[in-house]
Structure formats: structure tokens, C-alpha cells
Design a protein around this ligand. Structure first.
Ligand code: SF4
Length: 712
């Protein structure tokens, strides 16, 4: 007999599709798509197979400790593991100061966990050192959005607005592979006659469906956006009334793009003047139009400026806040990519998108937490900077990693892995044995999505309630319980309740009056089925699905233009590294792959990493489809199988980043950081490409236990 089903949400990407879980008395679990407003029952292959992780044989169920560096991990009691952690915290802080202990969080954590992890760093550890892997995902769009609009809500309008947009420009985004159920919004638009334009160096599944595909040289998006704005100004397409009434700073931007002559931009980007002109004209003349950007735009060392360039174009055309189905938005990637960046696990941030540098913000949050504002440390350093300094003078000596796998997902990953080995103690909380957990001194087994209550926030700012549907295995603890147990040993346990509802209610009080105001979004309202987007300041408030209709969240209510110009990249193709490497996601896997690589169905669908390259490039260098290809940058080399695809630019190679070991492409990526967002340069670096020869590996090549390519 099957028990009643529980309504919850998918554990993977930011779309957070509604699912139902029904658990039979015989232990079987039936997962189906639910008629949620977002996905209307549809799921992608990741969501469909998410239950394969529940009851997985590789599930961590007991704490593990390592007695000495290089020794094996062995099972331990919770008391032993926690005592070991607390002894290391006390020792490191006594010898090196409070900041010698740090936390590294994840964009997949629930809002409750994010909130408590930030509070734990500041109240229990009293350390400024906390950041998270969302820094590698959304930080550039967040920085640009705050600069332009005074607020960072990925999509200031609902997904349901997409079908109503007569023209959609989608830049650096591939929802057909990364979040297929979202494609229905685009399909509905095209069915009613909308025009869709995709900008991507690859002819992705999304580009295939569009009316026009602009295929620029990687890392030239900023020039492309500025070139289009130049054309809009020249052709008299700027919405001058909107610019005058609702914005500031356009004159400086007008001057800044004066030298972005279309023919010059054509030479830089490879996009013809005709294509640029036609695209701008379509956007400007449409009744409703939107520009959506994503990681392809944002994951660069100038990601903030590049996102800003697209926002400048949207503002010049009068799109943001015009009304339904117009505007600019960014499509988040991680499961709680939006909520994960709102409630305090960022280095400079307090809950509700408050800041650690504002005295009023500090006073408000300190009052909710029951501490003095002076007790709160100041801002810390960003994610890569934190990892880069591990074990150094002034750096973190004891690191707690929660639901993150930086050994696979951080840029320049071999260097990061080496830094992790310099710690006095590495603690990882996870429910699977990730590549980072493999290197930990203490591993703490946690519950996973369907085994606990909690909220997440989707890209629309819509808060969603995930419900506990199955019992966790004996021996695991929730992250909230783990934080409480460590805090209690540090004498601060009373600050850290373990009930998600209690933690969420406190989060609402801490966010009240802040930018991301959740005060009116209660568990009761969510459980009753209300669809609520922040800001929602009180329990009578209906939430705010569409922002900016009257004014922007800046001091004067106007959106801000910001002039941006192309930078000179630190690394450019040369004779040694003549091609451009870009990274991203595949259809079957999610983020570092720690979860999806353990799903038998998903692993069968996409069993190994691959390098997508143009057949002409493959012929030129002597690589065949399915053969091993070596990719090298100054940071090292990896070997993966070649997948030939005429849809990619001839000068570009794409590798998904879901694998570790010898196929871990982040061993190659650059750690150059955006000056504002501190986003690393994931999306482009010069690379050498050659047939792999197992008998003479490149000196930088990693040979790891998890190599997915059996070399001849
Ligand atoms: Fe899950 Fe995202 Fe797939 Fe929806 S699109 S089922 S949220 S992975």
C-alpha cells in the first residue's frame, strides 16, 4: 500500500520544480512531477531520478575522522567527531585569532541553513571568514543588479511573463539543457509569434530553437552589448522619455559607447553589423521585450561589467519596470541560488540582504540575535580568496565546508586542493562522499532534501516550502543540529535552535525591513499554498511578483546607468594556448556532480566528461570523435573524450564541469577575479588541445583515482 504523497520540490536546480513523493510500506519511493505553477507537472531527467539518492548505498551515515594526515578515515561517534572539531577551533583561534576558523557554504542549502551558517560564523565562531560557492555562480549579476536597480532579485518578474514577451534576447543561457521544464514558457511565446534570439558561442539546444543565433567569440559579450547600444543610439531607438523619467547616468554611458563602432564590434565579436542592428531594432520596436542573462555573461573576470552592459541596453530601450513581460533578468543556477545569497553566508552580508558595514543593519540583526552589534565581525574575503589563503599567515586554519565541493567546482582546482591540504583541520558536512569530503579530517553525515523541512527561494524571489517526506537513515543529523552541537560545545548553543520552523521565523524577523524582506512569508501561508515573492513585509501583504513598476530600489527611485568598457583579459590566446576553453553544465548532471554521478540512471545517460569541439578543429589536430583529447592551460591538463559538434565555434572547446579527478576541467580554469563581484574567470581561458597520448602525459596532467577515461 502506498502512503499519501507529500508535496515538495526538486533538490537540484533553481527552477525548483514541484514534485510529489509517495513512500510505500515496503520502502519504495514514488516520485512524480506535481502541478506546481512553475513546472505544471513536468520534470527533467535530473528531477525525475532524484529519488535514486534516497537510500543510496553510498550514503554517509556515520561521522568519519582521520587520525593523521595521509591516514584513512574511520568511523567515529558524534561525540568524538565534534570534540575533535571544537578542540581544533579553540586551538586555532587561541594561536591565530578568531578569523583562523572559517565556513564555506553552498547555494543548495535551504534558507534556514544559510541563515544559521552565517549566524554561526559571526556569533559562535565570531569570525569574519565565511563565503560560499554561489560566489562562483551568481555574484556578478547580483553586483550589477544592485548597482543598477538597488536590489538583487534575479528575475524581477515571474517566469509566467516570458510567453508574453514579443521579443526575448537570451544571453549565455541554455535552459533547454539545464532546466528543460522552463522551456515551456519560451515555447508558449513562440507559439503566439514571439521572436527569440540566443547569444552563445555554442549552438546549444536552446539556440537551435531560437529564430536567430548570434555566436560570438567567447568573452566578447561586453563589446557586443555596447555595440548594440551604440546602434540603438545611432538609429534613434533609445526610449528618451523613459531614460529622462526613470534613470540617471545615461550621458556617461552614451559617451562610453561612442567608440564602439559596429564594424569594430563585428571584428571583435564575430557578429555581423546586420545581425546586431536587426536584434536591436526588434527589441526596441517590440511592444514587450526582455533581456535575460546567465552564467555565460557573468562567469568572467569582468562579469559585473558585462552584465551591466546588457542592463544598460535594457534601460536604454526602456524595458525594466515597463510592465508585464518586459525587463531584464538573470536566471539563477543553483537550487537555492536566490535565497542562498540573501541571508548571510556571503562574506559581506547579514540576513535580508543587509550589509555588515551598515551600522543600522548591524544593530537590527544583532538585536534579533540577542548580541551586541560590536560583537559582530566585519566583512570577510570572497570565496576564492578565502580558499587561496587557507593555512597561510592570516588565513583560515580550520574550515567547515557545508554542502559544497570546491575540489571540483572551484577555479584553478588543483591549487585549491593543495590549499585544503594545508589546513589544521578540514571538516565537511555532506550526505555523499564528495571529492572534498575525501580529503577531510572530519566528515559529518547530514540529512538530504526529502528528509527535512526547509524553504528555498527561486529566481523569481518566490519562497517555496520543501517538506520532509521520508525518514533519514539512523545516525545522520541535520545541518541545523550539527551547528547547534558545535555551538553548544563553544558555549553558544542557546543561539542555535534546531527546528527549521523556529529558525525560519527568526530569519523573517532578521530580514524584516531589509531589502529581501521575508517578514510576511510564514510557513503557514506557504503550507496553505500561497505563492509569495519577496519583498513581503507583513502577513497581509500579497508579495511582490513584479518589481520596479513604480520605482527602482535606489535612493532616488531611478535606475542607474553605469558606463562599462571592455577590459584587456589577463590571458589571451597565443601560440602555446591557441584556443578558447569554456565550461558549463550538461543535461544529465548538476553542479559538481557529487549527487548526480551517484544516480545510476543519470550516470548511464552521461557517464563521463567530454570535450565538445568543432569537426574542423578535430581534423586539424588529429582528434577523432570519441578519442581521448588532452586540454592544457598553464595550470595543468586534463584528458577527456572528444565529442565533435559542428555547432560550436571552431576556436572554442566546451567541457562540462561535473567531474573530478583526471577529467576535472576546473584544474584548467583561471582564478582571475572580477574586481567587484570577485567572480572567477570560469567561462574563458586560452587552452591547448591535442590528441592524448597516455605514454607521454603532459607534466601538468592529473592522474586521479576517479579518471573517467580509460586511456589506451
Ligand atoms: Fe529539478 Fe531543475 Fe530539472 Fe526542475 S529543471 S526537475 S528543478 S533539475
Amino acid at each position: 500500500m502506498t502512503a499519501p504523497s507529500i508535496a515538495t520540490h526538486c533538490p537540484y536546480c533553481s527552477l525548483q520544480c514541484g514534485i510529489s513523493l509517495a513512500c510505500g510500506e515496503d520502502g519504495t519511493i514514488e516520485l512524480t512531477g506535481r502541478d506546481d505553477p512553475i513546472n505544471r507537472g513536468a520534470l527533467c531527467t535530473k528531477g525525475t531520478n532524484a529519488a535514486e539518492l534516497l537510500g543510496h548505498p553510498e550514503r554517509l551515515t556515520t561521522p568519519l575522522v582521520r587520525d593523521f594526515r595521509g591516514g584513512p578515515l574511520r568511523p567515529a561517534s558524534w561525540d568524538e567527531a565534534l570534540d575533535r572539531i571544537v578542540a581544533a577551533i579553540r586551538d586555532a583561534q587561541a594561536r591565530h585569532g578568531l578569523d583562523a576558523v572559517g565556513c564555506f557554504g553552498g547555494g543548495g542549502l535551504t534558507n534556514e541553513k544559510v541563515y544559521h551558517l552565517g549566524k554561526f560564523a559571526r556569533v559562535a565562531l565570531r569570525s569574519s571568514n565565511i563565503d560560499y560557492n554561489g560566489r562562483f555562480c551568481m555574484s556578478s549579476a547580483a553586483a550589477a543588479g544592485i548597482r543598477a536597480f538597488g536590489v538583487d532579485r534575479g528575475m524581477p518578474f515571474p517566469f509566467a511573463d516570458i510567453p508574453g514577451a514579443d521579443v526575448v534576447l537570451l544571453v549565455g543561457s541554455n535552459p533547454a539543457d539545464t532546466m528543460p521544464p522552463a522551456m515551456r514558457y519560451f515555447e508558449e511565446g513562440r507559439e503566439r509569434g514571439a521572436r527569440h534570439i540566443v547569444v552563445d558561442p555554442r549552438r546549444t539546444a536552446t539556440a537551435d530553437l531560437a529564430h536567430r543565433h548570434l555566436q560570438p567569440v567567447p568573452d566578447t559579450d561586453l563589446s557586443l552589448a555596447n555595440g548594440m547600444l551604440h546602434i540603438a543610439i545611432r538609429e534613434g531607438l533609445v526610449d528618451e522619455g523613459y531614460v529622462a523619467d526613470r534613470t540617471t547616468g545615461f550621458d556617461a554611458v552614451r559617451r562610453a559607447v561612442r567608440s564602439d563602432w559596429p564594424d569594430r564590434v563585428e571584428r571583435t565579436t564575430g557578429i555581423s553589423v546586420a545581425d546586431m542592428t536587426e536584434t536591436v531594432c526588434e527589441l526596441a520596436r517590440a511592444r514587450t521585450a526582455m533581456i535575460l542573462t546567465a552564467r555565460g555573461v557573468e562567469q568572467h573576470a569582468d562579469g559585473t561589467a558585462t552584465t551591466q552592459a546588457w542592463i544598460n541596453l535594457a534601460l536604454a530601450l526602456g524595458l525594466p519596470g515597463r510592465g508585464p513581460s518586459s525587463g531584464w533578468g538573470t536566471v539563477t543556477g543553483q537550487g537555492n541560488g536566490q535565497g542562498g545569497r540573501e541571508h548571510g553566508q556571503k562574506a559581506d552580508q547579514l540576513p535580508g540582504y543587509r550589509t555588515l558595514t551598515d551600522p543600522a543593519d548591524r544593530a537590527h540583526v544583532a538585536a534579533v540575535w540577542g548580541v551586541e552589534p560590536d560583537e559582530l565581525p566585519g566583512p570577510g574575503v570572497s570565496a576564492y580568496e578565502l580558499l587561496d589563503r587557507l593555512g597561510t599567515d592570516g588565513g583560515v586554519r580550520v574550515l567547515l565546508v557545508a554542502a559544497s565541493n570546491p575540489v571540483v567546482s572551484a577555479p584553478n582546482a588543483r591549487h585549491v586542493t593543495q590549499r585544503l591540504s594545508c589546513l589544521d583541520l578540514l571538516v565537511v558536512t555532506d550526505f555523499v562522499f564528495s571529492e572534498t569530503a575525501e580529503r577531510a579530517d572530519v566528515v559529518l553525515p547530514t540529512t538530504q532534501w526529502a528528509e527535512e523541512d526547509g524553504t528555498v527561494t527561486n529566481p523569481e524571489g518566490r519562497v517555496l516550502l520543501r517538506r520532509r517526506a521520508v525518514d533519514p537513515p539512523t545516525g545522520v543529523r541535520t545541518d541545523l543540529e550539527i551547528l547547534h552541537m558545535i555551538a553548544a560545545r563553544l558555549g553558544r548553543g542557546e543561539f542555535f535552535p534546531t527546528d527549521p520552523g523556529e529558525v525560519y521565523a527568526e530569519l523573517c524577523r532578521a530580514s524584516s525591513g531589509g531589502i529581501a524582506d521575508y517578514a510576511g512569508i510564514t510557513y503557514d501561508r506557504l503550507a496553505a499554498g500561497e505563492q509569495l515573492c519577496w519583498p513581503c513585509p507583513d502577513t497581509d501583504h500579497p508579495g511582490t511578483p513584479r518589481m520596479f513598476l513604480q520605482s527602482f530600489a535606489t535612493a532616488d527611485g531611478r535606475a542607474r546607468f553605469v558606463p562599462v568598457t571592455p577590459r584587456f583579459a589577463a590571458e589571451r590566446p597565443d601560440a602555446d594556448y591557441p584556443y578558447l576553453l569554456t565550461t558549463g553544465r550538461s543535461r544529465a548532471h548538476y553542479q559538481s556532480g557529487a549527487q548526480t554521478r551517484r544516480s545510476p540512471t543519470l550516470q548511464r545517460a552521461e557517464p563521463e566528461a567530454y570535450a565538445e569541439l568543432h569537426p574542423e578543429l578535430a581534423r586539424e589536430i588529429g582528434v577523432v570523435h570519441g578519442g581521448p583529447v588532452r586540454l592544457s592551460t598553464p595550470r595543468g591538463a586534463v584528458v577527456v573524450r572528444a565529442r565533435l559538434d559542428p555547432g560550436i565555434r571552431r576556436d572554442t572547446v566546451f567541457v562540462p564541469f561535473h567531474w573530478g579527478g583526471a577529467a576535472g576541467v576546473n584544474a584548467l580554469t583561471s582564478d582571475a577575479l572580477d574586481p567587484t563581484s570577485r567572480m572567477p574567470e570560469f567561462k574563458t581561458c586560452p587552452v591547448a588541445v591535442e590528441p592524448a597520448d597516455a605514454r607521454s602525459p603532459h607534466p601538468g596532467e592529473r592522474v586521479a583515482a576517479q579518471s573517467t577515461v580509460p586511456l589506451p
